[in-house]
Design a protein around this ligand. Structure first.
Ligand code: HEC
Ligand code: HEC
Ligand code: HEC
Ligand code: HEC
Length: 280
């Protein structure tokens, strides 16, 4: 583990230096700066370039994060939205396909954070802590302002108010399973690289970061990067074995960048996203 931390430090220094270089370069090539979240459909504020644009604030992060007063029950950093109840959802495993081996956990982790917008039950401008001073409500409130783009009507509370797969709803039976054990189980903190119960899966990489067990599927490059397929460590009473790796929405998607279309972590050319995990 020691070596890993040393490696990480070296890598961080490398990253800092590289960051400096990118900064200097971006001065020369201003178009480089457009690669971040501000140019994606996840910029919901008045500076957004997507079809969903809200004039109540020019901030970007506030629709998802707040520096103070965040929801501490959420398994996502500094979360600023009300999370739906896990029991709201019908999940993939209820289809009962005979080939499914992985144990499932209640809808949670990072997935329920995505679903707080993508299930169509809450308006996009529902948040816990408003931008600027005032307006904090742990139960959530609706920030005043007007949307341009698709009207937020339809389903309860207003939502991504148009018929599109972007509104994936609360019936998740027609979506790739989430809240599901990777490899059908077999890898726990005591056997972090153990054999999978379902052998048709690619190997994981394991590390202890800040004392927490973390798994991912490496897609190249040194260490854990946002272009690797993230697995999310969950410890659920309903799943034997304690902490182990699970597949969640952000395993395949990085909500901050659409360097690849539809916020995918890697380009899906040749179904590279699917083949990162499945041996097929
Ligand atoms: C549409 C929702 C959304 C918006 C907007 C958003 N984030 Fe996030 N952010 C998330 C989610 C979901 C996670 C957890 C993702 C994960 O676990 O990989 C996250 C994780 C993070 C993390 C920790 C993990 C990492 O990738 O480093 C940081 C830091 C972060 N966000 C910063 C920001 C900042 C700064 C902004 C605004 C410029 C922002 N985010 C805007 C949804 C969002
Ligand atoms: C604050 C609300 C919010 C949260 C939280 C959120 N999204 Fe979105 N997402 C949106 C909106 C709004 C759109 C754009 C819909 C449109 O205009 O077509 C969108 C679009 C998308 C798209 C489609 C992009 C495209 O190019 O068509 C994907 C994929 C996506 N989100 C994934 C996620 C994932 C995964 C998470 C969690 C890690 C997440 N979102 C969290 C609001 C949100
Ligand atoms: C196993 C990988 C994987 C997981 C897990 C996953 N997605 Fe996706 N998602 C994809 C891929 C791949 C695409 C692009 C599909 C395409 O291009 O046809 C996509 C597309 C989308 C889109 C855009 C759909 C469209 O066609 O307009 C949304 C929105 C989205 N995902 C949200 C989510 C949310 C929310 C979750 C969690 C509940 C999630 N995804 C979990 C792989 C995944
Ligand atoms: C993050 C890793 C990961 C990625 C990426 C991924 N999958 Fe999966 N997939 C899983 C896991 C884990 C299961 C559950 C398997 C089990 O327990 O039998 C699963 C289940 C499935 C199932 C259902 C199997 C059944 O027995 O019912 C299908 C079909 C599937 N994936 C197709 C895809 C496709 C297509 C893609 C690309 C768009 C993809 N997967 C991307 C991990 C992944």
């Amino acid at each position: 583990m020691k070596t890993l931390f040393i490696k990480r430090t070296v890598r961080n220094i490398g990253a800092a230096l590289a960051g400096g270089i990118v900064f200097i370069m971006s001065g020369m090539l201003p178009q480089e700066a457009a690669a971040g979240i501000s140019a994606t459909k996840h910029n919901l504020g008045s500076t957004g370039t997507g079809t969903n644009k809200f004039d109540g604030t020019g901030e970007i992060c506030v629709f998802c994060h707040t520096p103070h007063g965040a929801d501490t029950t959420a398994a996502v950093p500094l979360w600023n939205r009300k999370l739906p109840a896990p029991a709201t959802y019908t999940t993939y495993n209820s289809l009962g396909t005979t080939s499914l081996d992985g144990a499932t956990a209640p809808v949670g982790s990072v997935s329920i954070a995505c679903l707080s917008c993508h299930d169509g039950t809450q308006a996009m401008n529902v948040m816990i802590n408003a931008p600027g001073s005032g307006n904090y409500n742990a139960a959530g409130f609706t920030l005043a302002g007007t949307w341009t783009g698709p009207a937020q009507t339809a389903s309860p509370g207003g939502s991504l108010g148009y018929a599109s797969i972007v509104n994936i709803g609360t019936d998740l039976r027609n979506d790739h399973p989430i809240g599901i054990q990777y490899g059908g189980g077999g890898q726990t903190v005591t056997t972090p690289s153990g054999a999978f119960n379902d052998p048709d899966f690619k190997a994981t990489t394991f590390a202890t970061l800040n004392g927490n067990p973390v798994w991912w599927v490496d897609t190249g490059g040194a260490g854990r990067q946002k272009t690797d397929i993230m697995l999310y460590t969950r410890n659920e009473a309903s799943v034997a074995g304690g902490n182990q790796p699970f597949v969640e929405c952000a395993s395949c998607h990085d909500p901050h960048t659409d360097a690849q279309p539809t916020f995918l972590r890697v380009a899906n050319l040749g179904s590279a996203v699917c083949l990162a995990c499945h041996t097929k």
